[in-house]
Ligand binder design. Structure first.
Ligand code: GLN
Length: 410
């Protein structure tokens, strides 16, 4: 195989998603919902399947109805009239949208700044396009080892970020709300990152797929709305995260025409166009949410889910980061002990302690989580070893069951 894929044959998802199925553990691993999308979205998809125009190719940049709905829904959030022809591109999931951005702007050896921990897909998206990831850490305060902290306490040192810039740097990737920390970057942090991007003439790829999931008092701010940053920012969004349709693969990019056109040119060569009936259904979903408080209600539902799950970590005195957004909780598992002679499969031999902890939790405790050392560069992998990431995009009943199972750790 090509070196582009050889190292990523067995990623964390291909180990833990089958493990959850095989052990029948409550799956709080990969971030997908165990409930259906809202009725208005589900019905719209069914209706779309009956229409000829929705069963054929769409324009490569996306169906007009979806681009219009995106412009209407996001225009006020970006404080501008979004041009449906040139400033919006519908992608085959946020992931493919990001892949297309890297394909469009990276040359062999171009560098991309990532904050650690990071969503692991960024790495292959960058390297498959000839780029090189360069890392800068988000750091938790020392007290995080013994007490709960707010996601906001994970900090970026902007001088350190700037020190990583070379003549080859092209893009800074920002992820807010952040997976796996749940950090929602505040305006001052975004401004400081933006200043660095301006000073060194860099693009910003802002992965905001959890933009509809933030918890009061945190508020989601968009870096593209800060002075002088629209011109250099591509913002990524996700129908899957917004409406509980992660398998539909509908995402989007929003940004200036002179950037979007190159991402579109890459996307056209990768997938040509995106799933038509599902685009139509997401368009209907966004139209509905312009009139109805669906996203506000969803935030309330998720706040409750977060609180159900985190209550057990309180009971167990396992310190965790209280997420301000996204649907993940990062828990310090250093106190969780498993037998040294436990029969772990050979695939875990080369992995960090967190892979063993999560394997054991799935097998013996009946809850599957994701080991976050996968979200660090090889040099910093040990920083993730004392943590597990739990997803709470599940029904309250399933979360209660997970709480019940986790009580076995007492
Ligand atoms: N974004 C989701 C997560 O972090 C799904 C990841 C994936 O399937 N690659 O869990």
């Amino acid at each position: 195989p090509s070196s582009k894929v050889a190292d990523s044959v067995q990623d964390v998802w291909s180990i833990f998603t089958p493990l959850a199925a095989e052990t029948k553990a409550i799956n709080l691993g990969q971030g997908f919902m165990n409930f259906n999308p809202p009725q208005f979205v589900e019905m719209a998809a069914q209706e779309a399947l009956t229409r000829n125009d929705c069963n054929q190719y769409s324009p490569p940049k996306g169906r007009p109805r979806l681009r219009q709905a995106l412009a209407k829904s996001y225009g006020p959030l970006f404080n501008r009239d979004l041009d449906v022809e040139t400033e919006i591109m519908v992608s085959a999931g946020a992931n493919e949208g990001m892949f297309s951005v890297f394909a469009a702007f990276l040359d062999e050896g171009s560098e991309v700044i990532l904050m650690e921990p990071f969503f692991d897909q960024y790495i292959s998206n960058i390297t498959m396009n000839g780029g090189k990831p360069v890392f800068v850490p988000l750091r938790a305060p020392a007290k995080a080892a013994t007490s709960n902290i707010s996601a906001h306490e994970w900090r970026l040192d902007v001088d350190e970020l700037e020190s990583k810039i070379t003549p080859k740097t092209k893009i800074i990737v920002l992820n807010t709300p952040h997976n796996p920390i749940g950090k929602v970057f505040d305006e001052d942090e975004l401004k400081a990152i933006g200043e660095v991007a301006k000073k060194h003439n860099l693009l910003i790829l802002s992965d905001e797929v959890y933009d509809r999931l933030y918890f009061a008092p945190a508020e989601h701010k968009r870096i593209a709305t800060l002075p002088g940053l629209w011109e250099r920012t591509i913002t990524v969004g996700s129908g899957g995260k917004s409406f509980g349709t992660t398998g539909w693969r509908i995402g989007w990019l929003i940004g200036p025409a002179n950037l979007i056109k190159y991402a579109l040119s890459a996307q056209t060569r990768v997938v040509f166009c995106v799933n038509s009936p599902c685009q139509e259904a997401i368009a209907v979903g966004l139209e509905h949410c312009i009139e109805q408080p669906y996203f506000e209600e969803q935030i309330q539902a998720y706040t409750k889910k977060r609180d159900i799950l985190t209550s057990v970590f309180e009971e167990l005195s396992l310190p965790y980061t209280v997420p301000d957004g996204s649907y993940f909780v990062l828990v310090n598992t250093s106190k969780v002990s498993f037998p040294a002679d436990y029969p772990f499969p050979p695939v875990l031999d080369t992995r960090g302690k967190d892979f063993k902890t999560c394997y054991w939790l799935a097998k013996e405790i009946g809850v599957c989580a994701i080991p976050p050392s996968e979200f660090y560069s090889p040099e910093n992998r040990s920083l993730g070893e004392n943590f597990a990431r739990f997803a709470f995009c599940k029904t309250d009943e399933v979360l209660e069951q997970a709480v019940e199972n986790l009580r076995k750790l007492k």
